[in-house]
Ligand binder design. Structure first.
Ligand code: SF4
Length: 371
């Protein structure tokens, strides 16, 4: 069975109604149980849970400490290319956006690697747009081979690939793959992805299944917050996670909460998520699932990030550049989206230490790959 079959049993409108109908007693029930199911998760993300935010934050903090200790993993993205054949209404790299396109050559990748290593990172996330001619599987494979020996851990966020492609890349040292559904609202998904391979909702929805079958170590899920009702989208992320954990139990999982950010030619969020709601969502995921890694990027403001480390977040990016070559080759070129937390990795390290957290630059080694 694939997730699509599970997904097809649900109706967006019914899920929405059921979340908005949750009551204070449903929330109390969810908070007092030992283990929570998807109905409890609905209660935790419902408007009815808002008055319980303080309790949720305390519980989420305690559960995170218990499982992860006072640690915070740090990583940074490395954008290899901004070429893209898709139109996505919310992205600076969209095909219809007239920007200068750039794909890093081998020599340029070398320069970027050196600049990123100087910052102290051992965990790296390779990012590209979706352009099969220039940044197809061959390019990605060459890049992984080139970059992998310099870092302890390598993740990627690129176009969804076929299972055989993942099976080809994993032995090259690919550790984890992030693939966000953007929105689980099928009709709205079409509106935001009118052209290109990404407009195929089902192919994207099936990607974590292909990754699971290929045996990836870790995968990252999420929805782009702002495209649709975040409560409903977050329920579907939890549903997806629940299914995947049962189906591919040897794989680890992480969740991210990207909020729509300004970019060149920008799209206004349809639904604005305020900070208190993001706090609610982070805590809800943690209370629902104690094993999951929760990741927060530099899209969020300094103040929010400083606060969020005590809420349940276990992984953060730092010093991010969201343009190809942004660290050394082309620091001034157009970013995919604006960064809100512009502090240096060293400043993030200092902030973490001040708060009693140990920054973790490396928790994996290539030697563990075949263990
Ligand atoms: S979100 Fe990804 S696929 Fe869409 S335009 Fe941006 S880079 Fe391309």
């Amino acid at each position: 069975m694939s997730f699509k079959e599970v997904f097809d049993r649900y109706s967006w409108d019914e899920v929405k109604a059921s979340i908005y109908n949750k009551t204070a007693s449903d929330v109390i029930h969810a908070l007092t149980k030992r283990e929570r199911n998807l109905e409890d998760f609905k209660a935790l993300i419902s408007p009815a849970a808002m008055p319980f935010l303080e309790d949720m934050a305390k519980m989420s903090h305690a559960l995170t400490l218990q499982r992860f200790g006072n640690t915070m993993q740090l990583y940074t993205p490395m954008y290899l290319s901004n070429e893209c054949q898709n139109i996505c209404t919310y992205c600076g790299f969209s095909l219809d956006n007239k920007i200068r396109r750039k794909t890093l050559s081998e020599a340029e990748i070398e320069k970027e690697v050196a600049a990123i290593k100087k910052l102290g990172f051992q965990h790296i996330l390779l990012v590209t747009g979706e352009a099969n001619q220039t940044v197809g599987v061959d390019y990605i494979e060459r890049a992984i081979r080139q970059v992998r020996p310099h870092f302890a851990n390598l993740s990627m966020e690129v176009q969804p690939l076929d299972q055989e492609d993942y099976e080809r890349l994993i032995p090259q040292g690919l550790h984890s793959v992030l693939v966000y559904q953007e929105t689980y609202h099928k009709e709205d998904y079409k509106k935001h992805h009118p052209k290109g391979k990404k407009s195929n909702f089902d192919y994207r929805l099936d990607t974590p299944d292909r990754l699971g079958r290929a045996g990836v170590h870790k995968m990252g899920l999420g929805a782009l917050i702002g495209l649709e009702d975040w409560r409903v989208d977050s329920f579907f992320v939890a549903l997806h996670l629940n299914y995947l954990e049962k189906q591919y139990w040897q794989t680890k999982y992480s969740i991210s909460f990207p909020r729509l950010r300004p970019f060149s030619g920008g799209l206004e969020p349809k639904v604005e998520m305020v900070d208190r709601e993001l706090v609610q969502l982070i805590c809800a995921y943690r209370i629902f699932n104690q094993e999951i890694e929760l990741s927060l990027s530099t899209r969020e403001m300094e103040r929010f990030r400083d606060h969020a480390i005590k809420l349940g977040i276990t992984t953060m990016s730092a010093g991010s550049k969201t343009n190809p070559g942004g660290y050394a080759v082309e620091p001034q070129s157009l970013e995919q989206f604006e960064i809100s937390d512009e502090r240096s990795p060293a400043a993030i390290q200092e902030m973490l230490e001040k708060n009693g957290y140990e920054p973790v630059w490396k928790d994996w080694d290539i030697a563990l790959e075949n263990v």
